[in-house]
Ligand binder design. Structure first.
Ligand code: SF4
Length: 447
């Protein structure tokens, strides 16, 4: 069958879809490049924000016309919204054939084949002990695999931040076995991957068996896993996202510093710079603890860059709270920030509180932080002109045919004319000649 797979939301969802594509193609199915040619349409959804749900529902509604033209077409909704809304989606969208929650994604190939031969509408949700099954599958079409790979090392989350429904829709935290992850990394590397991004809702809690104690113990299995991965000779770079700030214990910081393959770029979700709001969010740190983690990382890796997530307009956020967030963001000097306007999610604890900050104020705060970020990024990029930067060569630039693209360990994109013999997957030192708003331009150093 030809299967069209559309993904919404975070990198974990992207990775789930890739694993599903790997499982489906291993059974002989084909991944369709567009909706028109599909026998089965699958929508892997996100539930983190109301807007993400509405976008997916709108798209699925639009697909009704395909079903009218081809009644044999199967349409399914999977992932976080499927888990949250379950059978209600079948009632609301009569042209949808199946709903499959996050705990049962690995049953998708069986389900699709069963429904294709005898049609009944089904909604399957709820926790599942086999949730890790199939997480190691990959979809790397021949010749298009690329040098970047992703490995999900945990599922679920135990932190219960008050605004977040991930622990409810993705379940409690569970880690994969280190030998499975190392084997997967070796297989990807043998297939040409040179940089691996480790994924998890709280990736640094890897191997802690669901313990919420933070900082993580000094014998952190996550630090051990990073050190073992760094021993794979053809693997040149390791990244990970997202670590909950307080899991950065001294051992993890030391392991990073000792292994130059672990990229000097950390996504460290801040959410708010106000201790009062952090407490209401059930985040287990204060602004000073956050500052001290940044300082410790910078002390041993001065070149490290940071990105973050921030929420504006959380219930009760005053102008003063917002200014604390703004000040802390400027103080840390993030390279990149994902700024979200708060929206209550049914089921999350904060949804019981009035959504007290007016939308217009959320918009204003969002714009202020975005403007700060643009100004800061522009200055940082300008300062890089004239420096030498090592990039991992990724291949031809998507924007300029005569340029190639690479990324620095600090996660900055650089475009450059490829020197003779240059190949994707190698490390190349570039001299930076020019800076744009979001990327740099350079040329290879003469040997
Ligand atoms: S750490 Fe908090 S924000 Fe992140 S997934 Fe877990 S509950 Fe949600």
């Amino acid at each position: 069958m030809k299967i069209y797979l559309k993904t919404y939301g975070c990198q974990m969802n992207e990775r789930d879809s890739e694993a599903l594509a790997g499982m489906l193609t291993a059974r002989g199915h084909v991944i369709a490049s567009c909706e028109e040619e599909a026998d089965v349409m699958i929508f892997n959804t996100c539930s983190v924000r109301d807007q993400a749900e509405r976008k997916a529902v709108g798209k699925v509604e639009f697909m009704k016309k395909y079903k009218q033209r081809n009644p044999a077409l199967l349409i399914g909704i999977i992932g976080c919204m499927a888990e949250r809304r379950g059978a209600e989606l079948l009632a609301d969208l009569p042209h949808v054939d199946f709903v499959l929650g996050t705990g049962k994604l690995h049953t998708l190939p069986d389900l699709v084949e069963k429904l294709a031969s005898g049609r009944t509408r089904v909604a399957e949700t709820g926790p599942n002990p086999d949730v890790l099954t199939g997480m190691g599958a990959h979809f790397r079409p021949e010749g298009a695999g690329g040098v970047l790979g992703q490995i999900a090392i945990t599922r679920g989350c135990n932190r219960f931040c008050s605004y977040c429904i991930v622990p409810y829709v993705r379940g409690r935290e569970i880690s994969r076995a280190p030998e499975d992850i190392l084997e997967e990394a070796r297989t990807l590397t043998a297939d040409g991957v040179r940089e691996i991004l480790l994924l998890g809702q709280n990736v640094a809690a890897y191997g802690l068996k669901g313990s919420t104690a933070a900082p993580a113990p000094e014998d952190s299995p996550f630090a051990d896993l990073l050190a073992e991965l760094a021993k794979i000779s053809d693997l040149l770079r390791i990244r990970f996202t997202s670590p909950y700030p307080t899991y950065f214990n001294d051992r993890l910081i030391r392991t990073m510093a000792e292994n130059p393959k672990i990229c000097r770029n950390v996504h460290l979700p801040l959410q708010s710079g106000s201790d009062r709001i952090l407490k209401l969010m059930n985040r287990q740190y204060t602004s000073d603890i956050y500052r001290s983690i940044v300082a410790k990382l910078r002390a041993v890796m001065p070149e490290i860059t940071f990105s973050t997530d921030v929420i504006v307009g959380f219930p009760g956020e005053t102008e003063e709270d917002f200014l604390m967030t703004r000040d802390l963001m400027n103080e840390v000097g993030f390279d990149q920030s994902f700024i979200f306007k708060y929206s209550p999610r049914p089921g999350a604890r904060s949804a019981a509180e009035p959504d007290s900050v007016p939308q217009i104020v959320k918009e204003e705060r969002d714009q202020i932080l975005l403007a700060d970020l643009a100004e800061r990024t522009s200055l940082t990029m300008q300062e890089l002109i004239g420096t030498r930067q090592e990039v991992l060569v990724e291949g031809v630039s998507r924007r300029m045919e005569d340029r190639w693209t690479g990324r620095t360990g600090g996660n900055r994109t650089v475009h450059f004319p490829p020197p003779g013999g240059c190949r994707p997957g190698e490390l190349l030192t570039l001299r930076i000649l020019k800076a744009g708003k979001v990327s740099l331009y350079g040329e290879a150093e003469q040997a």
